[in-house]
Structure formats: C-alpha cells, structure tokens
Ligand binder design. Structure first.
Ligand SMILES: Cc1ncc(COP(=O)(O)O)c(C=O)c1O
Length: 415
C-alpha cells in the first residue's frame, strides 16, 4: 500500500473506513481479510490472477495518444487509458477476477453483488460463469430502466437479477439488499463488492485488484514519454477506477490526481451525487463503513441524481474521503450537460465512445485544459465504453430517429 495511506489503525484512512456491520459478519470479514492477506504474498495466486487478466480479459489495455483532441485544444498532451477495451467493456472485471479467485480459496459457491450501471453486475456474472458459481445480482429498479442492456446480458450469462424497489431504487438501495442477503447466507455466499467502499477489507482489497491500471499507466507513459504524467484524471463513483489509476502515483507528489464527480443538474439544484467537490458530503456511518455521505442534518440519506448510473451514489470510498481531505486528491464535478458535450467531443474527435461515467473525467479535464501547457502530459482513465448508455445518450441528444427506432422495436416486441 502507498506510504501516504499507512500509519492508521487497521482498515482506517484518517478517520474514515472501519467496519460497522452486524456482529455475525465480523468473523466473515476476518476470514476474507486473512485470505486476501495470504493471497497478497502468494506468488502462485498472482500468477493465476495476472494470467486470467491477460488471457481472459485482454490486459494490458492500451494507452492511446489522443492526437486529435490534443491538436484541437493546443494545450497539454492527452493520453487515454483504455479500460473500455477490457473484456466486459469496463474496469470492473479487474476486481471480480481477483475476488473470484479469493472465493475459490474460501470454498464459497454462491456470489452476490450490487450494481448501479450494470457493469459490475455483468462482470460478476461473467466471473461466475467462468468459475462455476451461482450469481445473484441486486440492482435498483431505476437503474434497471436506465441500463436494461446490461440486465439482459446478466440474465443471459446465467445470473439472477433482483430488482430493488426501496428508496430511490438506485445503487444505495441495491447495496442494502445485498448486505441483507449476505448476513443471511454468508456460510456459502461471498459478497463481491464492486467498488472501494464498504467495511474493511473491501476498500483496500478492491483498490489492490484495480491498481493494475496505474501500474500499467506508469510503465506505458515511461515508455512513450520517459517521465511520469503531470495529471491523471478519473471519474469518481465509489472510487475503484480512480484509486486503481491513482494508487501507483499517490507517493509521487508531482503527479496531480484529479477525481471527477457527478455534478448532475448543479450544486444549487440538489440533484447531483457530488460528495467531495461540492463539499456537501457529511461524515457518517452507513452501509458498513464511515465516510462522507450525502445526508441531511438528521443523518437521513439524501436522494442523488446523475445522468450516469455508475456515479449515482450517496457514499464514497473512505480512501478517497481521506485523500481529498489532505489535498492529495483534487476533486471537481461535471454537470450532466458538460458530460454529454464531452462525450460527443471525444467520440467525434477520437472515434472512441466513452461511458457516461468516464465522460465525467473527460469533462473535468476539458474544463481544466486552459491551465495546461504543451509540455504537460495528461492521462484520462477511460473506465468503460459507452455502448451500454445508448438509451440515455439518445435521449440526452434528442435523437429523434433513434427514439423512433426504439419505439418501433418496442411495439414489435408487444405483438
Ligand atoms: C464504466 C464505469 N465507470 C465508473 C464507474 C464508477 O465506479 P467506481 O468509482 O468504483 O470506478 C462505474 C460504476 O458502475 C462504471 O460502470
């Protein structure tokens, strides 16, 4: 683990982190922590892990020089880390392959997961199919609407998808349901948490499995530029792709690390999911851990909004809450309209279609570009590809031909 994160009681990052779960889950988390602790120092575990990432998932992912965008702005040199080219189309697979191998060691046969954008659900369903586990995926009913293509694939990969209708029917509600299932079934079930949140050891373990992203960025930028990047941008939902990209550079003080949150319809509207950049998150304990949550003065969780399901979450990684507090990780928010503009620009200039989540990282980078010079090296971690967002983007761009096509196909299914 990076030095900057050391020196706190186990599972804590500053005052954030910990484990706040029902008593009966403590031995389960201990078992998981011990198993992960042993795997971390076991060369054969990592050989199997890296071989699967290479031969099954397609790593390493390229670092693409965005020549057209760079020319267009005439400022810093822009590189894109292509997590979209992973098997399943997003970074989420890096984590689930690691947790799948941990499950094998634990002898568990059933895996449950929560998902927002559906990418983690698809990745978990893929891992379960490959490794021979039964998969149950909890997803908010609202997110099912927004990300139906991913639900279709999860079911066709053999997973059961359970629609969660409580609360705002989004990610936080899916997490609550997954926690309940885990508390009832932990003997044969592993909770494959999809991001760097939740009780210890999940934040550390998920960051560890995702840190392959930053390790590759370092190697690739060194090969291309013979020095480290000046800035790395990543979108920030729960924190897994940003910490995956940032971890390698946490102790490199000259590399600026910038996380892009969902500014939704703007700070004043209250309809956003920015916990850190808008400074609206308040320290609290929920969903098994302590962090900055979007909550009211009575501790009730607030409704969140983002055009991207994957960033639409009340909490944030305790590691990110700490890094932001000490100023090592900068934060900014991109509003929905800025995200759509960034999505269109990247698609048209580079022929690369980013996920709406990843488009937040591009949007913040674009807002900052004026502050860079031609000598600066910028890396944007593109966490996933945009195919899954076709309905939302069609809607946001008011693409009438697409809407008509969807309507016709929909009517056809009814007949
Ligand atoms: C493509 C993509 N990027 C980013 C995220 C946000 O999650 P995290 O902050 O854990 O990377 C998601 C979540 O579903 C996602 O699907």
């Amino acid at each position: 683990m990076a030095k900057i994160l050391e020196g706190f009681p186990e599972g804590y990052y500053g005052e954030y982190g910990g484990r706040f779960v029902p008593e009966l889950l403590i031995p389960v988390l201990d078992e998981l922590k011990d198993c992960f602790g042993k795997a971390k120092i076991d060369d054969s575990f990592f050989e199997e892990y890296y071989n699967l990432l290479k031969d099954y998932c397609g790593r390493e992912t390229p670092l693409t020089y965005a020549e057209n965008l760079t020319e267009y702005f005439g400022k810093g040199k822009i590189y894109i880390k292509r997590e979209d080219l992973n098997h399943s189309g997003a970074h989420k697979i890096n984590n689930v392959i690691g947790q799948g191998l941990i499950m094998k060691k634990l002898g568990k046969k059933r895996v449950i997961a929560e998902t927002g954008a559906g990418q983690h659900g698809v990745a978990t369903a893929i891992m379960a199919a490959k490794m021979g586990f039964k998969a149950v995926i909890y997803m908010g009913a609202e997110d099912i609407e927004r990300q139906y293509p991913n639900v279709f694939w999860m079911r066709n990969l053999g997973a059961e998808v359970i629609s969660v209708k409580d609360g705002t029917a989004t990610l936080k509600d899916a997490i609550n349901e997954a926690m309940r299932d885990w508390a009832a079934n932990f003997e044969d079930t592993h909770y494959c948490l999809g991001t760097t949140c939740g009780p210890h050891p999940f934040p550390e373990m998920v960051m560890y499995f995702q840190s392959v992203i930053g390790k590759e960025i370092r190697k690739q930028v060194m090969q291309k530029e013979n020095r480290l990047p000046d800035r790395v941008y990543a979108c920030l939902g729960g924190g897994s792709n940003s910490l995956g990209a940032f971890h390698e550079f946490l102790d490199e003080k000259d590399v600026r690390l910038i996380a892009a949150e969902a500014g939704g319809k703007g700070k004043e509207s209250g309809q956003h999911a920015s916990r850190l950049a808008y400074q609206t998150g308040k320290t609290g304990i929920a969903q098994g851990y302590k962090t900055k949550f979007l909550q009211n003065s009575d501790g009730q969780m607030l409704d969140t909004w983002s055009i991207s399901a994957g960033l639409d979450y009340i909490g944030v990684s305790p590691i990110c809450a700490y890094l932001s507090e000490i100023g090592r990780m900068e934060t900014a928010a991109a509003e929905d309209n800025e995200v759509i503009n960034a999505f269109s620009l990247v698609s048209r200039k580079e022929g690369i279609i980013p996920a709406l989540e990843s488009s937040h990282a591009f949007a913040v980078m674009i807002k900052d570009i004026e502050t860079t010079t031609k000598e600066d090296i910028i890396v944007v971690n593109m966490s996933g590809r945009g195919d899954k967002d076709i309905f939302n983007i069609g809607e946001a761009l008011s693409d009438e031909k697409w809407k008509e096509f969807v309507k016709q196909r929909g009517d056809g299914y009814g007949s």
